[in-house]
Design a protein around this ligand. Sequence first.
Ligand code: ADP
Ligand code: ASP
Ligand code: MG
Length: 467
Amino acid sequence: MVAVIVMKFGGTSVGSAGSIREAVGIVNASQSRAPFVVVSALSGVTDLLLASASKALDRSFSAKEVVRAVEEKHRSVIQNLGLGAGIISEELAELEQVIFGISLIKELTPRTTDYVASFGELMSAKIVAAYARKIGLNAMAFNACDLGMVTDSNFGNAEILPTTYQAIAAAAGNIPLGVVPVVTGFIGKNVNGEVTTLGRGGSDYSAAIFGAALGAEEIQVWTDVDGVMTADPGIVPNARTVDVVSFEEASELAYFGAKVLHPKTILPALDKNIPVRVLNTFNPSGKGTLILKSVMRKEHVTAITSKSDIYVININSARMLLAFGFLHQVFKLFDEFRMPVDMIATSEVNVTVTVERKFDISGLVEKLREFAAVTVLSDRASVSIVGNGIRSTPGLGSKIFSIFGRLGINVEMTTQSYDAVTETLVIKEGRLKEAVRALHDEFFGAQAVQAPVTAAAAKIKSDRLRA
Ligand code: ADP
Ligand code: ASP
Ligand code: MG
């Protein structure tokens, strides 16, 4: 098989006629490297589709009215690109039927929600492929479901099956040589053929899965910023692009809130050791960020990231002191409720965990209260300091804590596991931006000196670790 490069274009990169022209121009310039293109829905469309599905439950609107905003957005882009008005007619008609079905039976299941959400990527793949053909590329739109993207049935956050890589390689083998595939990100199907989605922002993950399955020489994630930055540029306007990051750092950054990559993106790339490059569609000559297996650099800290909208769940059971099984009992329930835990801190009778606020924790908390005292804090956020150097830099912890001390921000929970590249702290949500900016100033500001910290600071850190 010819080595391919996977090129994933996110929502803003295909969000308007102008961006689609940029994106297709970039693909055109990479023709000699056998591009395999993966696209997200036009920006804002997945949100619109999800809102339409909910709106369908309210019978005061007709199905036509419900899908109008989605239709108008696509039609205007199609018109601006000078494409035939009919290229997404089938998808729009089917979407309208599904919306009508939801309003008829007044029921919206996770399965139907995924089905509705999938139309965003289906339509964007059609539009991007049609425009690419218009400028002379031999492009063809594909539904990932027809290219072997098979998942479990965890609608809304599906996981691929172990056989998926083989299925993709086999299906892609049938694509005629010279064709530039434009494939839907975000979606797959279960073994019954029902449409599933890989979770919000999941097109990055789709691209990495395709890259690993096809043995790509590179996975390119084209987005609206210059690469992975030292902080979210929405919070820190003077954040800088990081040239190179390791797979481990990138995965921690994504996991702890850097939206630029979906947290699962790194795993397939790591498995096959395929470099991932994050690039800016609107500045294609920029270097971007290269993500590699191992990276040597002199800086201790690579980036600051943060996650708002988290719950802190504190589970206390004094009755369990010196008894076995408390942790088992707690985490068995998290397992039963399929509740992903972000951070954990434990003592003999106490477990504190954080969970994203998008999850409904009410059933879990009720069960936990059968054997423990449970407190839930909901206006909390986490701030993470990520860098390969963290594991080997004495005194970093005290530096971080002194910043929080100076700002008068109370750190309510902290985790840094053995040999980890991330230190994470939980604080009140209202202080989040201030904390991120102060940490960024400290480690990346003009005054930032990433030199070894003093022996005194090192002692504080080791005391803290022993405490
Ligand atoms: P796409 O639609 O291309 O997938 P996303 O909106 O999902 O793009 O991700 C890109 C956005 O991630 C950027 O516009 C930026 O606001 C945000 N972001 C958050 N943290 C970081 C970071 N550390 N580096 C770069 N971008 C970040
Ligand atoms: N369109 C999907 C979303 O908005 C997937 C993606 O953009 O990666 O979540
Ligand atoms: Mg994204």
